[in-house]
Design a protein around this ligand. Structure first.
Ligand code: GLN
Length: 405
């Protein structure tokens, strides 16, 4: 059963990988930056590489300097003093939470569209994904926001069975850019409490919330700390997606089994870059790094949304993340275009996305990949553009995108 569906099929990231596309194609596909992390952050790794201990295994919980930096940074954000020994775990991703908690046949609720990696995290660990829709904005809306993708809490309730164990929350949301409202999270929290569910809250884009939107942590809602594990990422925070340094924050009842799983899967996360992440967190506040970074991303977002406005194309203005969903259902392309088999064998939106990459020169990610096969048609209307690129690149992309229509 693990091999069912697309969990073991070629992933969308490697199909739309720069290596498969013409060299001059501008890559707004996979979400990674075309600029370096700040020097005052990478300096932490440079120093670590020159010394002995950080070149070797770290404690499976993570290097103490990073756990201390995380505790200092996040304690005020969680409104509690985070214990470095039992409430913080340095990891690479959310996978081990599912290894730790799922028994064969346990069900995991996720909102659709969902970040594609959740699916194998659930199925490889014997779980069964159960999908609840984020309802897309109404077609009459000329200027929708990511906030117009809405949940119906009745549908969450209806999805619960005696086997439901985990609910996945992702805010700010990849690929929609939605920042879940306090009310939405309170509704989800009430369901989690009533049915005794564990909440895996992926908040890796917490440093990228625009305008006056508020990032609410579901762990901070009354009664939720004990059943929530929150995921964070140095890759998103410090423009370093290849480091694979992330963290989990939650109660010992969740982190102790997750630590056991993490230890068996990778033993520990790579050490020298943990020092760099620590360096970043230690100085971020004083440098007002996250405020500046957010403003830079807001500027980058505007370069893309302005060109979509000029074209009169409909997109959901993202409240957070560095992704924007564009409605590409009107983009024309020749059916007999020489699409490679990796594109032909997938959702219909792989074709316009491939065509746009080759003919317009800008690569994106087809959104059907963030849906289960049964609902893929909903995603086929959209392409996801990543704007985590420097301003010049985005301006060049915007120029090319004028040929989209
Ligand atoms: N999180 C990144 C994105 O959504 C990359 C995902 C991945 O490579 N698995 O683009």
């Amino acid at each position: 059963r693990l091999r069912e569906g697309r969990a073991l099929a070629q992933d969308v990231w490697s199909i739309f990988n720069a290596a498969n596309l013409p060299a001059d194609c501008i890559n707004l596909g996979q979400g990674y930056m075309n600029f370096a992390p700040p020097k005052w952050v990478t300096q932490g790794a440079e120093e670590a590489l020159q010394s002995v201990a950080p070149n070797h295994y770290s404690h499976p919980k993570g290097r103490i300097r990073l756990r201390e930096a995380l505790s200092n940074f996040y304690s005020p954000r969680f409104g509690r003093k985070l214990d470095v020994d039992s409430e913080i775990l340095v990891t690479s991703g959310q996978y081990s939470v599912f290894t730790a908690f799922l028994e064969q046949g346990d069900e995991v609720i996720m909102f659709e569209p969902f970040f594609d990696q959740y699916l194998p995290s659930v199925t490889f660990n014997g779980g069964k994904p159960v999908y609840v829709p984020l309802h897309p904005p109404s077609k009459d809306k000329a200027h929708p926001s990511s906030g117009d993708w809405t949940i119906d809490i009745k549908e969450v309730r209806a999805a619960i069975t005696p086997r439901t164990k985990i609910i996945i929350v992702n805010t700010p949301h990849n690929p929609v850019g939605k920042v879940f409202t306090r009310k939405e999270l309170e509704d989800i929290a009430a369901v989690a409490e009533e049915f005794n569910l564990l909440v895996m809250s992926d908040e890796v884009y917490d440093c990228l919330v625009f305008d006056n939107n508020e990032h609410v942590r579901i762990a901070n809602l009354p009664g939720m700390w004990d059943r929530t594990v929150t995921v964070g990422s140095a890759g998103k925070a410090f423009a370093a997606t290849g480091w694979r340094v992330g963290w989990l924050i939650g109660p010992p009842s969740i982190l102790t089994p997750t630590l056991a799983a993490t230890t068996r899967i990778v033993f520990c996360t790579n050490s020298p870059l943990q020092e760099a992440a620590a360096c970043g967190l230690e100085q971020a506040e004083e440098r007002k790094f996250f405020e500046t970074q957010r403003d830079e991303y807001a500027e980058r977002r505007a370069i893309l949304t302005n060109v979509f406005d000029e074209l009169g194309m409909v997109y959901s203005m993202p409240e957070g993340t560095y992704f924007v969903l564009l409605d590409i259902s009107g983009v024309q392309f020749p059916e007999d275009y020489p699409f490679p088999p990796s594109v032909l064998g997938r959702g219909r939106d792989f074709r316009p996305c491939w065509f746009i990459a080759l003919e317009v020169g800008v690569s994106t990610i087809p959104v059907s990949e963030f849906y289960c096969e049964e609902h893929a048609n909903i995603g086929e209307a959209y392409a996801r553009f990543a704007f985590c690129k420097d301003v010049d690149t985005l301006k060049r992309a915007a120029d090319r995108l004028k040929n989209l229509k």
